[in-house]
Design a protein around this ligand. Sequence first.
Ligand code: ADP
Ligand code: ZN
Length: 518
Amino acid sequence: MELKKLTSILAALALAAGLTAALLSFTLDRSLHTRATLSQVFIFVALALFIALATLRGRARRAEPVGTARGAVGRNEAQRCTFSDVAANEQALESLRQLRDYLKDPGKYVRYGARMPRGVLLYGPPGTGKTLLARALAGEAGVPFFALSGSDFVEKFVGVGASRVRELFKKARKAGKCVIFIDEIDAMGKRRDDNSSDERDQTLNALLSEMSGFYTGDGVIVIAATNRIEMLDPALLRPGRFDRQIEVGLPEKRQRLSILKKHSENKPLDGDVDLEELAAQTVSFSGASLENLLNEAALAAAVRGTGSIGREDLRAAFYRTVAGVDRAITATARERRIIAVHEAGHALVSRLLAPENRLARVSILPAGHGAAGYNLCVPAERVMVEKRHLENQICVLLAGRAAEQLAFGDDALTAGASSDLARAAELATAMVTELGMDGEPAVSLKALGRGCGGVTGAAERCKALLGTQYEHVKALISTEADALKALADALMEAESLEGAAAEAILDAHLSNNRPKSA
Ligand code: ADP
Ligand code: ZN
């Protein structure tokens, strides 16, 4: 397992060529503070309720005989929903518009010899509208919508999940053109490792072969959703499978405003209600929590019976939605500042040491499970990985923590860097024990250790390697403190920045003698 993990990291690095699309690398950062976690717990409680309800409904369906596809939603329900129901998410909509044209007239694409993506993967935190987008696609194209959850396919008995997959596709084919939606695809499509079961493998294989089995002219689109793209089996992301991947992130201020506007269209708001202000306050709310917030306020107003929804209703609903009795709001200003500095640190050091990697997005909004902030970076294509590339990568990983330490001091270190530190240590371990890149240049301690009873001193050498790189990173960041501050300020303001915009801010503030490497 250990070996596989390391090999897969190295393989991912070495075989970057041709895999760029699938190789989006995340620097995800854990939430920094119990307060932040607490508010997530409340959102989580709401989610847990939804899940419990969904499970109950699932139980009801479970009465069907083993081995049949369940949960198909007919044409009528899907038709109620269109692209105009989706606010924000412009990027995802752009992609889906093309798919709608295809579903309306697949023949046109066949005539031009174009291959449409068989599968589209929507990834991002829960409640950001992934299901809504899939339903809207079916609704727009006027085709049936089949919705299932990945966990519906995970069964105790080998072969049952697989036959369920085949059953689903059979049903879908019979329907002619359609949209198949698989929520939580990670439940069935987890990266295969030593722990994976025969059952899950068979289920995943069945899905892969069904997806290869239909033709461009069929007009079947499979949309899958996940909030943990990094957990997916790479086989799922290959061409001909889910080869189009669309990020559906948490909405930023401007997008929150348009979601709030959309969901208040049918609600009588008081004249003094300021949606702009509400949008500014609801940092890290998903579309679903915004919708929930407005609904709570509407419920309260209905109970009071004054005829419209007032500021006070919204204020109370805000606290109920975000933090229940605790009255804590989402990340405090100080916490947001820490996250901003941390993410700016990653982006700065990446710009300095690995400018060939393309920064796609920097954000201080959570990207998924307990993460606070992220850097999304597309690594440059490269056939061979050199020692300096690995060192640079370690530096970029350590940069979040280093920036925090320099800006806020030793006592303010946060737990936000834990996964960065773990990944840096994994890389260092590979360099020391497998690649002969530290100490004796041509020795694989790992291979030796298997024959010669363990490896001694490797941990010390990894620590030394990490220590050297950490000092290097701190020196870089101190020299470029202006650039760090400029980017952190911009992140505080905008919450998310496109990579190009972030790089422009950095470049405008870097000292002239900045190092460059390729
Ligand atoms: P996901 O599938 O990503 O978990 P859903 O699609 O189930 O999220 O979203 C739940 C609800 O939240 C939607 O039905 C809708 O009411 C609201 N919602 C989420 N995102 C948006 C959005 N971008 N625009 C409008 N409503 C949204
Ligand atoms: Zn980080």
